[in-house]
Design a protein around this ligand. Structure first.
Ligand code: GRF
Length: 192
């Protein structure tokens, strides 16, 4: 059973989907702890309501110390709006994953749905990837494609993408729980 820590900064809808999928037995994992770097993150209450221990920690050093206590197998960034330092990445090499609301390597960084609309792309989507020292550059585990529709706004596109995020984040975690992934350079191989 994979021991999971989730890091959030905001609403935590991806976090909620992961917790629920673990509790429903769809993911062979247990969310041991949710840590937010924002005291008012609505996700903290949502996690508590699902019976999960939470913590608010301001600095990354405090976050690492708190996570260390649980000895997690996996740290999931779920709307955690901070760049993870090389120190954190070294401590949990290939054990930190992230969800990004675009088809990486297109549109890394912030405000990506807005950028996708401005570029007039016909398809966008989301990506689950291992976290490395770059910004949204780590090896890609799973992606989902979402069409951009005529008249889409940032909100409507975000909403359509978010639905897929909730699905593929748990799928990616389950692949890790089943020990099905191996990383070779920037390629993630999936064993059958
Ligand atoms: C998601 O779109 C995620 O991809 C991005 O931030 C958003 C967080 O949403 N990194 P939530 O907090 O999981 O609802």
């Amino acid at each position: 059973m994979l021991k999971i820590v989730i890091l959030i900064s905001g609403q935590g809808s991806n976090m909620e989907a992961i917790i629920k999928n673990c509790q429903a037995g769809k993911v062979d994992g247990k969310v041991e702890l949710v840590i937010s770097n924002k005291e008012d993150a609505p996700g903290l209450k949502a996690a508590q309501d699902l019976g999960i221990k939470t913590a608010f920690k301001k600095t990354e050093d405090e976050i690492i110390a708190e996570a260390d206590k649980v000895r997690p197998d996996l740290i999931c960034l779920a709307g955690y709006m901070k760049i993870v330092s090389p120190k954190f990445i070294r401590a949990y090499r290939n054990k930190i994953i992230n969800i990004h609301p675009a088809l990486l390597p297109a549109f890394p960084g912030l405000q990506v749905q807005k950028k996708a609309l401005e570029h007039g792309v016909k398809f966008s989507g989301c990506t689950v990837h291992f976290v490395d020292e770059g910004c949204d550059t780590g090896p890609i585990i799973r992606q989902a494609v979402v069409p951009v529709l005529e008249g889409d706004t940032e909100e409507s596109l975000s909403e359509r993408i978010l639905k897929e995020e909730h699905r593929i984040y748990s799928e990616a975690i389950q692949l890790i729980a089943q020990n099905k992934l191996s990383i070779e350079g920037c390629i993630v191989h999936v064993k059958e």
